[in-house]
Design a protein around this ligand. Sequence first.
Ligand code: G3P
Length: 215
Amino acid sequence: MAIYLDSAKLDEARQVRELGWVYGVTTNPSLMAKAGVEPEVVLKGLAELEFHHVYYQIVSNNLDDMLIEARQVSEIVKSGLILKIAPTQNGFRFVAKHGNEFPCCVTAIFDPAQALVAREAGARCIAVYVNRATKQLGDGLALVGDLAKVLAGSRTEILAASLKSTKEAVDAFLAGAQHITVPFDLLASLSTHPLSTQIIEQFNSDGAGIRLKSR
Ligand code: G3P
């Protein structure tokens, strides 16, 4: 299980790196466009932060260019790179052909049939857009459950994305996702609860504990 930041903003990545429990960063072309700097700069900055994994989405469409793009990215992110690949004919061909060299996450999965193909192609994981699926298909969490059944016993894991609340993030795990990726604000709110804050204020006010010898 791992929790990721879904962002291409380096200031956000730097802040979550300090938290110590965020496993990596996931990006996509839209997030890259919002970052305000060139994707090469984003990738270099993320590589310097030494997360366990950095996800980059290939934007080339033909196999030869996809491979060139993958190699260029792997020159920048030398360890922990996972390539997000669109679920197209060429995307699945890329995963089947190059998935051993480049761990791949087939992204934007909206149907268990696509997960079956990703599994057979040897994908390391699939990314499912939970909230978008709920809005457009009816029940994104049920989709995660079906994907988990389809992938049971395989090495292909589920990364749940497009999560809009702490409840949706937790429910995605409960439905069978191994990993979640969430935007910066939601990531911060995962670790807090008003009742925790309230009782900790009480503890701080009562305040009995050992005396520190030195700093
Ligand atoms: O990683 C996928 C995510 O960025 C899409 O989220 O909120 O645009 O559905 P959203």
